[in-house]
Ligand binder design. Sequence first.
Ligand SMILES: N[C@@H](CCC(=O)N[C@@H](CS)C(=O)NCC(=O)O)C(=O)O
Length: 342
Amino acid sequence: MDSPVRSCSVIKAVEGRVGSGCGYLHFVKSKEKNPDKTSVRVFNTLLVTHDGFLTEGGSGCHIAIRQLTVTVPLTPTTPTAELFSKKRFYTFIRTFLMAAVVSASFVKEELPPTLTSTSPPPASIFDGATRLYIAYICPFAQRTWITRNYKGLQDKIKLVAIDLVDRPAWYKEKVYPENKVPALVHNNEVKGESLDLIKYIDSHFEGPSLLPDDPAKQAFAEELLAYSDSFFKAIFSSILSKGEGISADAVAALDKLEESLSKFEDGPFFLGCDFSLVDIAYAPFVERFQIFLSDLKKYDITNGRPKLTSWIEDLNKIEAYTATKQDPQVLLAHTKKKFGLA
Ligand SMILES: N[C@@H](CCC(=O)N[C@@H](CS)C(=O)NCC(=O)O)C(=O)O
């Protein structure tokens, strides 16, 4: 016998990979007070399968793409709380979500213009608003941008884009003395360093968690996050070197990714089924290295690396990530110019 569901007020849903296997929809009770909506039951996770069937909990892939807010109006024709069985509740919500997910997938965030040396700073830098300072071209900043998108924080964390070549002086003077991106202003404090920031955004804001509960996966996540700098250096030194082909160190670094992607067999990501901060930490760099090594070194990073190949494919199904990608030719031209590469 289904347990009764009282009622549902405003829910937030994080779109899953509807139509391609599995995905989670996260429901968060709204803070909104409404006398008609008492005893709201919160469904933290519902698994949606390829045919749109919803079940509570489950251990499917957790591939949230965008967060949207859906209001479920309780009209006189809506079954009252007491009459709502779990099954009826699911059917009701499913109908809503399918419509919402479909319409949400057409809504693209309008990105702010890039600020240059002649642009004034935000009216008040420390006005309580949360701002993420990035450069669209920067891979470190891209990590924080993906995290913000994946958690559905587009309304909570405002993007401020900076031109690194023609940087506004006020950025160093008033925002972030390190004069680097990314930087996050939250609760009137400034924080930097992309790996620290993605953890901070994950743990201080709502939205799907990007680190696993499983201790073995947690330990592996820490190991891979710590390794990301060495990975970057190994490949980048090959990019800067002369001639075709890449160094043994660079090959080993790419092989380490391939091997790491084989560790948990339950999904395409570094920690298995769940997209996580580890995928986010590597994605901007793999994206660039694939372009640069192919053009400059005639080296295909996916050749002989099936796991890496399918990881890249799966990554490109996640809108939180694809929305942050820049034109490959722009990235290539920028790097060639910056490092004087032919
Ligand atoms: N370790 C920093 C690195 C950030 C970084 O180097 N960002 C570059 C842009 S991709 C930057 O702001 N560079 C400042 C400069 O070029 O002066 C992090 O992970 O956030």
